[in-house]
Unconditional design. Structure first.
Length: 281
């Protein structure tokens, strides 16, 4: 009787169909790795939100620009970023050609201006296609800019500094392309007060600001930060140029740009816009 009773208490054996499935991730419940990859990809496709952190990044890029221009003029008699002076020099050379090789070098000026415009054009047109503030684009674009400046530094370390010639044109062209790309990209952040390169407009807009002396004036504050960063970068660049050489100065600028590239990974994102359907819910 007890044997019969024990048999009755045993649970029925499970068939293969009734056995619980192994812990295999289903399409509705992806694994941790795929979930992390998905979140990282969405993060990279977000639009970076203009914020105080972006202000800091643009000001830091301005500082790096100051370092570059501080060495480009004494080395190559042209500006890597400031194209106002380059434009004037280029036109003066058309009327007074004997100044070429004395006051300035037309080949260097042409390379700086031409590659600056090319960098700005390429960056601007691609930005229209992929989205000017998409994090992935900002990171990739700044990474390319940093790489170009690193190459310029490597050329100087390898071949030294000559005021004109093939290496000079290559260095100036690399710095000009990176600067043009940087200036165009900075405009996408809706902070035109921080152009990261040209100071003339910032000086003028600052002194004519009707709210110049008000405590709460963000555009004024941005212009002041931009001008101070440009001046500070120029002073630091001149100091490095005097003590360690222009190659080290360019290397310092490249490292700063690379740091900003990494910082773009941590910017806050724009909130997704609500559709009409979401608004009616």
């Amino acid at each position: 009787m007890s044997k019969t009773h024990s048999v009755m208490l045993e649970p029925p054996a499970q068939t293969d169909l009734e056995k619980p499935a192994a812990d295999v991730p289903s399409p509705d419940h992806p694994s941790d790795n795929s979930s992390f990859t998905s979140r990282a990809w969405r993060h990279m496709l977000e639009d970076v939100r203009p914020s105080g952190f972006v202000e800091f990044e643009l000001v830091f890029l301005t500082f790096c620009t100051g370092i570059q221009d501080a060495i480009s003029f004494p080395d190559y008699h042209c500006f890597a970023s400031n194209q106002t002076g380059n434009t004037v020099f280029l036109l003066v050379a058309l009327v007074i050609p004997w100044l070429d090789g004395d006051t300035f070098y037309v080949s260097n000026i042409g390379a700086a201006l031409g590659f600056f415009l090319l960098g700005g054009w390429v960056t601007g047109q691609i930005s229209h296609i992929v989205g000017s503030r998409v994090r992935l684009w900002l990171v990739c674009c700044n990474l390319i800019q940093s790489a170009l400046v690193f190459i310029a530094a490597a050329l100087q370390f390898r071949y030294g500094v000559a005021p004109q010639g093939t290496v000079a044109v290559m260095v100036v062209g690399l710095l000009g392309f990176a600067s043009g790309s940087q200036v165009v990209q900075s405009r996408s952040m809706k902070m035109t007060e921080i152009s990261t390169a040209m100071a003339t407009a910032a000086w003028v807009d600052l002194i004519i600001d009707p709210k110049l002396f008000r405590a709460q004036n963000r555009p004024r504050t941005r212009r002041v930060m931009f001008l101070l960063a440009l001046a500070g970068g120029s002073l630091v660049g001149a100091g490095i140029y005097r003590t360690a050489g222009s190659a080290t100065a360019i290397l310092t600028s490249a490292a700063g740009k690379l740091l900003v590239t990494i910082m773009y990974l941590f910017n806050s994102a724009d909130k997704p816009k609500k559709t009409d359907g979401d608004a009616n819910c």
